[in-house]
Design a protein around this ligand. Sequence first.
Ligand SMILES: Nc1ncnc2c1ncn2[C@@H]1O[C@H](COP(=O)(O)OP(=O)(O)O)[C@@H](O)[C@H]1O
Ligand SMILES: [Mg+2]
Length: 248
Amino acid sequence: MSVLLEAKDVHKTYKLGRVPVPVLRGASIALKEGEWVAILGASGSGKSTLLHLIGGLDKPQDGTIKFQGRDIGKLGPGGLNRYRSRDVGIVFQFYHLLPELDVMGNVLLGAMTQGVLGRKVPAERRSRAKELLTAFGLGERLRHKPAQLSGGERQRVAIARALIADPPLLLADEPTGNLDQHTGEGILEAMEAVVRGEGDGPKRAMLMVTHDPKVAARADRIVRMVDGMIVEEKADALTATQAQVSTH
Ligand SMILES: Nc1ncnc2c1ncn2[C@@H]1O[C@H](COP(=O)(O)OP(=O)(O)O)[C@@H](O)[C@H]1O
Ligand SMILES: [Mg+2]
């Protein structure tokens, strides 16, 4: 399998007033096509920051992020827009749905680059959105607003939005962090089916932040954010994680 995404020696420092707060200090990570990698790490260690950079929502001060061999830091505004709308899909902990749009509107918005906003949505996009939402059990909720949905339903809308353009890479930032265990389990199963290519879909790569070792144990590989860098979780630590899973 070839490398899909490669972040190398990524540095990110925020400024708090005039005080620099270094968060990423040379973080490196690579994902192969179709690979599911979980990121563990303490709260505030920079996991969301790394996901934002990989998703093209922010830029590092140093280091490179390559998608299919192309440096996304060198893309112009148009190229970056295309990257964000076609190549990666992002699922956040708090859904980030637009409250004034209904379920269909939220999903379709995920497929629009800025230049396309306001233009007519192609019929084939609409039917794809319906198909995804129906597969996620939301076929009867297409005209509902986010406020009329449960947390689990909102997150399924967000997953459909992330998938509408069929991106080969999915980024998920604690996607079950705001849900009760049973609902979270349903969301995980839906995401797992998506990345494993169940049904008629292709396999997809996924980089998933989680604080739950049981969730991480389902991934192909686990890494950890420590001191602003990514360290590979050792095999014995992984065994410990799995032992923990089986005793729970
Ligand atoms: N926009 C920002 N401005 C300033 N500091 C930030 C900003 N975003 C995150 N931080 C700080 O960067 C650190 C890492 O944050 P984050 O990436 O959200 O961590 P994690 O997702 O691992 O909990 C935290 O100390 C946080 O307060
Ligand atoms: Mg976070």
